[in-house]
Design a protein around this ligand. Structure first.
Ligand code: ATP
Length: 214
């Protein structure tokens, strides 16, 4: 029963995020899936919404699900949000023994070499890399640099084994692919198209009431 973390901008959170959290939870017997919104994502344009608005939407999205939790440490820390800092902090809080998994989409992982101190990520957690709808192949078959491939080869593991060690491996998994992205939702809001069933009603209402993405 270990802890899984999912980082992201969540601008806004949508059913793609929630469904993948649900499936990851059922694949492994995770006690909690913790969603961690970034304050300033280092490798993308600044979100048009505030960190507090993105945090609020996440809280609304998970309120009926006891297995999901929101962790606001990156928002409280402010500045650029580096996953390695977050993983190091959480590792310190849970101690050296408990397995910890950091779940991310292949779209994010294939750029991991641009991340701050990326090689240290596996000192603190296992990396679980999931498929993304717009990327058809198995996530392990995506083009990656030679250096990243070599790094993966030395630590690639099977999902069922991540509960045996606290950290250190990289696993690739395929999930049901819901073709939803925050980008497409922002574009639909801007174009005044319906976003119903793509994100929780509570989040849709919040976007509407606060005039977000207009
Ligand atoms: P944007 O369109 O603004 O880039 P996004 O929809 O990719 O946003 P993020 O908040 O950047 O959402 O994603 C957080 C994490 O969730 C990433 O690891 C991403 O790969 C994953 N993710 C996002 N959408 C989906 C989806 N539809 N299915 C599975 N995973 C997803």
């Amino acid at each position: 029963m270990s802890l899984a973390l999912m980082g992201g901008t969540f601008d806004p959170v949508h059913v793609g995020h929630l469904r993948s959290a649900e499936e990851v939870a059922s694949l492994l017997d995770f006690r909690t899936i913790r969603l961690i919104p970034s304050y300033i994502p280092p490798h993308r344009r600044l979100p048009g919404t505030s960190a507090l608005q993105r945090l609020k939407m996440l809280k609304l999205a998970i309120q009926d699900n006891a297995q999901l939790e929101v962790d606001d440490r990156e928002v409280r820390r402010e500045g650029r949000s580096y996953s390695v800092d977050t993983l190091a902090e959480i590792r310190q809080e849970i101690g050296d023994v408990e397995p910890l998994c950091f779940v991310l989409g292949i779209d994010a992982f294939r750029l991991v070499e641009e991340w701050h101190r990326w090689r240290e990520l596996t000192d603190y957690a296992h990396l679980i890399v999931m498929s993304r709808p717009e990327m058809n192949e198995h996530p392990r078959d995506q083009a990656m640099s030679e250096e990243l491939n070599a790094w993966i080869e030395s630590r690639e593991g099977e999902l069922q084994d991540v509960s045996l060690t606290p950290a250190g491996s990289v696993c690739f998994i395929e999930l049901t692919q819901l073709a939803v992205s925050s980008t497409s939702i922002r574009e639909m809001v801007l174009a005044r198209q319906s976003t119903r069933y793509l994100l929780p009603e509570s989040v849709r209402n919040f976007i509407d009431e606060n005039g977000l993405y207009r």
